[in-house]
Design a protein around this ligand. Structure first.
Ligand code: NAD
Length: 294
């Protein structure tokens, strides 16, 4: 089967980007969300990508027509009625995803491949709620999908290769660089590398071993990386590492210290690059200065 009709479930930050990217590259896209307010919000997000795509792609002039080519629905059954592939980008909650996969299994036609864009869960966690385990897998995108165009594709032990192949091809067709994992892994490739790096950097900081700028400089000089871990934390936004540290705070005193330090910054309005200040000040952060590494 060749994938033609794509439904995206959840039109928030990532779902709206996935839907826009797929529609821009010629797929017939339906966006499903829970109510009219959520659809209106998704449409606002979609509209904000038009200038981004116009700037980014040589054929970006097509972007202005994309939203009119898409369909929108608040009925899951209607949204997936002719879907070859459904990509789920709904909140990172086990309960919400379990309810969704239970319902999706009842209403989706037999041909539909089910994919999750979950960042922290793996398909095995939901497979018992899915009526077609062989057609269930993960495709994980990064925020600002058009620029950060990696797509990590990962099955669970019961996923059939041919569906992984089809989704790899789909990822190429929407201009991603696909990375197919050989086995299931929490955090895929990227976050399996990135999360421990960011964690280690924050521990060096809260333990008073060094300070954010010095830690970043050390990493940048030694590896040639364009940014250090604290610059990356600013891009991610400090709320995410704060919530991660808080979740481990009861059992790990260093995580509790990290949560405390990040909370003080967040309370001070320093939530990262999007707010204008985090570990660095924007729009001209010190690490981007050519003299930073001297
Ligand atoms: P978000 O909160 O911005 O959007 C979630 C959307 O899902 C909202 O539009 C909401 O109305 C909708 N929704 C809620 N319940 C629903 C349901 N039962 N059925 C359908 N839609 C429902 O979230 P997000 O940041 O886009 O994250 C969505 C998923 O994508 C998560 O699994 C997350 O781990 C993953 N993800 C996020 C990022 C990121 O940078 N934000 C990156 C990669 C993957």
């Amino acid at each position: 089967m060749t994938i033609k009709n794509v439904t995206v479930a959840g039109g928030g930050v990532l779902g709206s980007q996935i839907a826009f990217q797929a529609a821009f590259t010629g797929f017939k896209v339906t966006l499903y969300d829970i109510n009219d307010g959520a659809i209106d919000h998704a449409k606002q997000l979609l509209a904000s990508y038009v200038p981004e795509f116009e700037d980014f792609y040589d054929d970006g002039d097509k972007a202005s027509a994309v939203i009119d080519q898409m369909s929108f629905s608040t009925s899951l059954a209607e949204a997936v009625a002719d879907a070859d592939l459904v990509i789920e980008a709904i909140p990172e909650s086990v309960k919400i995803k379990v309810d969704y996969y239970t319902e999706l299994s009842k209403v989706a036609p037999a041909k539909t491949i089910f994919a999750t864009n979950s960042s922290t869960f793996v398909p095995s966690q939901f497979v018992e709620y899915v009526d077609r385990p062989e057609k269930f897998l993960a495709i994980h995108f990064a925020n600002q999908i058009w620029k950060n165009n990696n797509a990590e594709i990962m099955g669970h032990p019961g996923t059939e290769d041919k569906y992984l192949d089809e989704v790899v091809q789909f990822a190429k067709d929407i201009r991603m660089v696909p990375f197919r994992l050989y086995k299931e892994q929490h955090g895929y490739i990227l976050n399996s590398l990135l999360v421990p790096l960011l964690d280690a950097a924050q521990k060096l900081w809260v333990n008073g071993v060094s300070d954010p700028e010095t830690i970043d400089k050390s990493w940048m000089i030694a590896t040639g990386a364009p940014q250090g871990p604290f610059a990356i934390l600013d891009v991610v936004g400090l709320n995410t590492p704060y919530n991660l540290a808080l979740a481990k705070a009861d059992t790990d005193t260093q995580s509790a210290e990290i949560a405390k330090a990040l909370k003080a910054m967040i309370d001070d309005g320093k939530t990262g690059a999007a707010s204008g200040e985090g570990f660095y000040q924007y729009p001209n952060p010190a690490f981007a200065d050519p003299d930073f590494l001297k």
